[in-house]
Design a binder for this molecule. Sequence first.
Ligand SMILES: Cc1cc2nc3c(=O)[nH]c(=O)nc-3n(C[C@H](O)[C@H](O)[C@H](O)COP(=O)(O)O)c2cc1C
Length: 212
Amino acid sequence: MSSTFKNNDFNDVVFGRRSVKIYDEQVKISREELTEILEEASSAPSSVNLQPWRFIVIDTEEGKAKLSALASYNQTQVKTSAAVIAVFGDLMPQRHIEEIFSKSVELGYMSQEVKDKQQPMYEGLYDNSTPQKLRDIVLIDAGLVSMQLMLVARAHGYDTNPIGGYDKANIAEAFDLDKERYLPVMLISIGQKAVDGRPSYRLPVEVTTTWK
Ligand SMILES: Cc1cc2nc3c(=O)[nH]c(=O)nc-3n(C[C@H](O)[C@H](O)[C@H](O)COP(=O)(O)O)c2cc1C
């Protein structure tokens, strides 16, 4: 990762993040920079390092028109953002285990012995998982990359809005994905804010936490 971030201020990146709904329509983000943002976000952790997140970057008029019809309650973000990133989870992430583990051996991150032992074990684990278990794993992993993406976007000087209000039953097919394999996770609009996001209340730690 070689980004020189526009904003390296941890406090501002993390605690200045708000869900931004209205963006400056004049500000576009190049596909090169969006690729960088996705690469950086993808350093997020994942179960067995299988990285089950898949992204569709919707940054064309045509793509946005299609998305608009599926995100009726979130039109402003779709219309004004530089792009909307549709995050999906691959319910067959083990299809990439050979590539990930071989590359890890080649790069010296994993020994051949560990690969030979762990790969069949994990393949079996994923192959024999129930659909519910797979869904849970993939949703957690894709949630982590989504959060990281939103913070990386801030470091690049942009804002985001995670969006769950869209037609999850039809998004995969609308964008030519196999809906049995790719689980919709969330949309993330990204762009330069035109209007600040509203501050929001957080429950105190006493409510969310118990100590044992
Ligand atoms: C999974 C998820 C789904 C969300 N869906 C929507 C949505 O459909 N529309 C919207 O305007 N905001 C949506 N939000 C944004 C939340 O309302 C927002 O994160 C929350 O109010 C806290 O505000 P903040 O993000 O500015 O800290 C969603 C957030 C998450 C994490």
